[in-house]
Ligand binder design. Structure first.
Ligand SMILES: NC(=O)c1ccc[n+]([C@@H]2O[C@H](COP(=O)([O-])OP(=O)(O)OC[C@H]3O[C@@H](n4cnc5c(N)ncnc54)[C@H](OP(=O)(O)O)[C@@H]3O)[C@@H](O)[C@H]2O)c1
Length: 259
């Protein structure tokens, strides 16, 4: 079978580990050249080398904090003539608290990365896509972007914003042949999940193991999502196979929600 992303360049934020890393691996396996972003430049360079060696594609890095608007625009400008065909807005943070326990600074920090980070990089990349009249934007939202959850209202508010942004950009960008979709996974087996399961456990006064068991009890497929299972959907949404899919919020949740 021919590779599905040959000739494409994808910019992936938060690509040094977890879901972003899995998407980077999957895109490279499908022949895409990559621009990888995260804050830790040393770790990112090591990941870029590994992926380039494994798949024989070009892998560039653009290390910056997506909350720093000037740094984001500078990083995209530094790509010069390299066209970004696919933008994956994956960088994100989580913070579990009871609503009344969030400080304003904590609540705002979640929105700064998960919402304004997406705003900055998408505004930096879209003009090039509009000029070329082609592109794909894939936003990592969450099941938390579609429904309520206890004790993580900042995260859910941020992911609902990402879903709203996805739908609005899907409308605005379609005339430019730019398709915008979101992926909404349930709990994915990454460092972030280890962190928030521990935080939820503390809020509920149980052990992390008990918290994880309780979470698994709520989903028909009684295990966490593998990062590769999210990456497979991200490949589809970047490929020619999804040419009529736009403004969607694609659940990867094992049947946690069925509407
Ligand atoms: N894990 C889950 O259960 C789950 C479920 C649904 C949706 N999601 C969403 O999927 C995305 C990836 O999650 P994950 O579980 O893979 O997270 P993760 O394991 O914590 O990895 C996060 C990645 O983002 C980077 N990052 C964090 N803040 C950044 C910033 N301000 N600027 C640039 N890069 C930043 C991190 O690298 P540096 O620290 O070096 O910057 C890292 O590469 C997030 O948007 C998350 O909300 C996750």
């Amino acid at each position: 079978m021919s590779k599905r992303l040959c000739g494409k360049t994808a910019l992936i934020t938060g690509a040094s580990r977890g879901i972003g890393r899995a998407i980077a691996d999957a895109y490279a396996a499908e022949g895409a050249n990559l621009v990888l972003n995260a804050r830790d430049a040393t770790k990112l360079a090591a990941v870029a080398r590994e992926i380039a060696q494994a798949h024989g594609v070009a892998v560039h890095t653009a290390a910056c904090d997506v909350t720093d608007r000037d740094a984001v625009f500078a990083a995209v400008a530094a790509l010069g003539d390299l066209p970004v065909d696919v933008l994956v807005n994956n960088a994100g943070v989580h913070m579990a608290r009871r609503f009344l326990d969030y400080t304003f600074e904590e609540f705002r920090a979640v929105l700064e990365t998960n919402v304004y980070g997406v705003l900055h990089i998408t505004q930096a990349v879209l003009p090039g896509m509009i000029e070329r009249q082609a592109g794909r934007v894939i936003n990592l939202a969450s099941t938390a972007g579609k429904w309520g959850s206890r004790n993580q209202s900042a995260y859910n508010a941020s992911k609902h914003a990402v879903v709203g942004l996805t739908r609005c950009l899907g409308l605005e960008m379609a005339p430019h042949n730019i398709l915008v979709n979101a992926i909404c996974p349930w709990v994915v087996d990454t460092d972030m999940a280890v962190g928030f399961i521990g935080e939820h456990a503390a809020v509920n006064g149980v052990s992390p193991e008990q918290m994880l068991d309780a979470l698994k009890g709520t989903v028909p497929i009684k295990r966490m999502v593998k990062p590769q299972e999210v990456a497979a959907v991200a490949v589809f949404l970047a490929s020619g196979e999804s040419s009529y899919v736009n403004g969607q919020t694609w659940a990867v949740d094992g049947g946690y929600t069925m509407i």
